[in-house]
Design a protein around this ligand. Structure first.
Ligand SMILES: O=C([O-])C(=O)C[C@H](O)[C@@H](O)C(=O)[O-]
Length: 401
């Protein structure tokens, strides 16, 4: 069964616009008919949902232990997109996770056992900071409020660190002038002297600006993520930067690995099973990174507890995961589709050893979030990036470089 859901997303800002009012996801249940049900979670925009629904129909009767057959069934008529992303990988991913959940439940083992076994009991996640507008009156139950300057971000970081014990911090930048974002990093460093810091403007800068930011934050960042678009641009910045550059934007499929690594464009790749084609594809990616001496971290979009569980299972089994993973979980304010979501305590998720992914679908919660999806409107459902645009004058509120 394929169920689209919508849940409230706070007004978090990035270079593309502002989150809010809704984040969309698609929940996949793979029912094997004998009480064995596997779970997967993926993106929720209408074109992707349509592909996932067609794949689900094509999968009926396929053996969940035969992942090659599952992939063939899912592949259908999907063709690679002009932007270089591979829709088969994206569509296969939630089914691969659901099949692994089924296989693991059938074997009475956790998913990490199918990925080669656990190399750690706890998977570290980082505090994911956003410039943020205040929520609408009455819509700020989690108390985060606005964060539009360094003080606001430090307060936001303090709340996240106090609540979840995060041991590292990432700022989503590309919102204001680069100089303002450097100031924010300096303020975070002063407030959190021992926390590794990252800055990610989602390719908002030229190579020249990126090099200036890299110089200004040389002693402050563990990595600078996707400062500028493209492998060539990243390679140019990497030659000037003292810290590693990380990416989830210029290395998003296998064909990007060789050019990126031979040009020295990136020092860290952020794996994301939702678009690399599942958990095993990310393990393959990590092994390639190891061979090239490139680090591995993990990327996230707004997501729910099935994805968090899948990330935790993967993180448990990846020796190469030496950086804390991204997660939007704290921004979802406890909203979920699983009965007992995994929690982030002391900056990490304790990886379940129970059979499967270690989470159970809550039908009532799923039903409620599906009703929200039905109500949230066609404009939101069709928007592949889920972002509202921001008046450009807003971005000039902060000083120029
Ligand atoms: O590079 C990243 O970490 C992302 O793009 C993750 C998210 O989509 C982030 O930008 C967001 O949620 O606004």
């Amino acid at each position: 069964m394929v169920t689209p859901v919508a849940f409230p997303d706070p007004p978090l800002l990035n270079s593309a616009g502002v989150h809010e009012p809704w984040a969309l996801r698609t929940i996949v249940e793979l029912d094997c008919g004998d009480g064995l049900v596997g779970l997967g979670e993926t993106f929720g925009d209408a074109p992707h949902l349509d592909r996932v629904r067609r794949a689900a129909a094509a999968l009926v009767g396929t053996d969940p232990f035969d992942l090659a057959a599952v992939r063939r069934a899912v592949a259908g008529d999907h063709t690679p997109r002009a932007d270089g992303q591979d829709p088969v990988a994206r569509v296969f991913a939630p089914f691969e996770v659901a099949c692994l959940d089924v296989q693991a439940r059938a074997a009475g083992q956790p998913v990490h056992a199918l990925l080669g076994g656990k190399v750690r009991d706890r998977v570290a996640f980082c505090a994911y900071l956003f410039y943020k507008w205040a929520a609408h009156p009455g819509g700020d139950p989690d108390g985060f409020g606005a964060a539009l300057d360094p003080d606001g971000l430090v307060a936001q970081a303090r709340l996240l660190v106090d609540r979840h014990g995060f041991g590292s911090i990432k700022l989503k930048g590309g919102v204001f002038e680069p100089a303002a974002e450097v100031e924010a990093i300096q303020a975070l460093r002063a407030a959190f002297p021992d926390h590794p810091l990252r800055l990610d403007p989602n390719c908002a800068w030229t190579t020249g600006t990126s090099a200036k930011v890299a110089a200004a934050t040389a002693e402050l960042l563990e990595y600078l993520e996707d400062p500028t678009p493209g492998i060539e641009g990243m390679a140019e910045v990497a030659r000037a930067a003292r810290m590693p550059l990380a990416t989830n934007m210029c290395v998003v499929r296998t064909g990007h690995l060789r050019p990126a690594f031979t040009q020295g464009a990136v020092g860290v790749v952020l794996a994301d099973h939702h678009y690399w084609g599942g958990l095993r594809a990310c393990a393959d990616l990590a092994a390639v990174c190891r061979a090239w001496g490139v680090g591995v971290s993990m990327h996230s979009n707004s997501h729910l507890g099935i994805s968090l569980a899948a990330m935790a299972q993967l993180g448990a089994a990846l020796p190469e995961l030496t950086y804390a993973a991204d997660t939007h979980t704290p921004w979802q304010d406890g909203v979920d589709v699983v009965t007992e979501p995994l929690s982030i305590v002391d900056g990490a998720v304790t990886v379940p050893d129970t059979p499967g992914l270690g989470v159970t679908l809550d039908r009532d919660r799923l039903g409620r979030l599906h009703e929200q999806y039905e109500r949230c409107g066609i404009r939101v459902r069709d928007d592949t990036a889920y972002m509202r645009t921001v008046d450009p004058s807003f971005r000039k509120l902060r000083p120029r470089w």
